[in-house]
Ligand binder design. Structure first.
Ligand code: COA
Length: 156
């Protein structure tokens, strides 16, 4: 498995990983209506292009297949972390997360924070995150439960 920075030519494949990850790995935790609101069948590609332009994104790749990706911001916000269902529970998200944590440590960021889905909460707890609050977020008129979580990586 190779980790590398996102390139604009990855756009469609990244959006595909996002959709299949949600519709497969998050499916046990949300209703069909919630899953469709979170990852619609016709994604807004231009919106994704703009969103990814503003983030640092790390791609995990195996034999030219994108196995997962993680996107973060300079302030320690881990915005996106998604594994392709064919690669689930094989350490892909862990590899991506550790790379992000390492980059943020180097940048002397004090804490990493994220909004974890019901599917991802155990993963983040496993990596030392604490829950700050349970949230309801609205996507296309539908509410989804998630958790604001953080991990301190440096003494302030
Ligand atoms: C959460 C997610 C990123 C984890 O990806 P992954 O590549 O399968 O994770 P890893 O293989 O690195 O898992 C490492 C550990 O995290 C924990 N973990 C991961 N997924 C878990 C799950 N569904 N339930 C319980 N523990 C889980 C386990 O302890 C796991 O170790 P183990 O497999 O040895 O038991 C992935 O399931 C996913 O993309 N989910 C759907 C989308 C989503 O919710 N993304 C996050 C948005 S906030």
């Amino acid at each position: 498995m190779n980790l590398r920075p996102y390139a604009p030519t990855d756009l469609l494949r990244v959006v595909e990983v996002f959709g299949s990850s949600i519709h497969s790995l998050a499916a046990p935790f949300y209703t069909a209506e919630q899953l469709s609101a979170w990852a619609p069948t016709a994604p807004d590609i231009a919106g994704w292009e703009r969103r990814l332009e503003a983030l640092h994104t790390v791609i995990a790749e195996q034999n030219d297949i994108i196995a997962g990706f993680a996107s973060y911001e300079d302030d320690g916000h881990l915005d996106l972390l998604f594994t392709h269902p064919a690669f689930a529970r094989r350490g892909v998200a862990t590899r991506l997360y550790l790379q992000v944590e390492s980059a943020l440590r180097t940048a002397q960021v004090a804490k990493i924070f994220t909004e974890a889905s019901l599917a991802a909460r155990p993963f983040f707890e496993n990596h030392g995150f604490q829950v700050d609050a349970e949230e309801l977020v609205e996507r296309r008129g539908v509410q989804l439960r998630r958790f604001a979580m953080h991990k301190k990586i440096r003494d302030a």
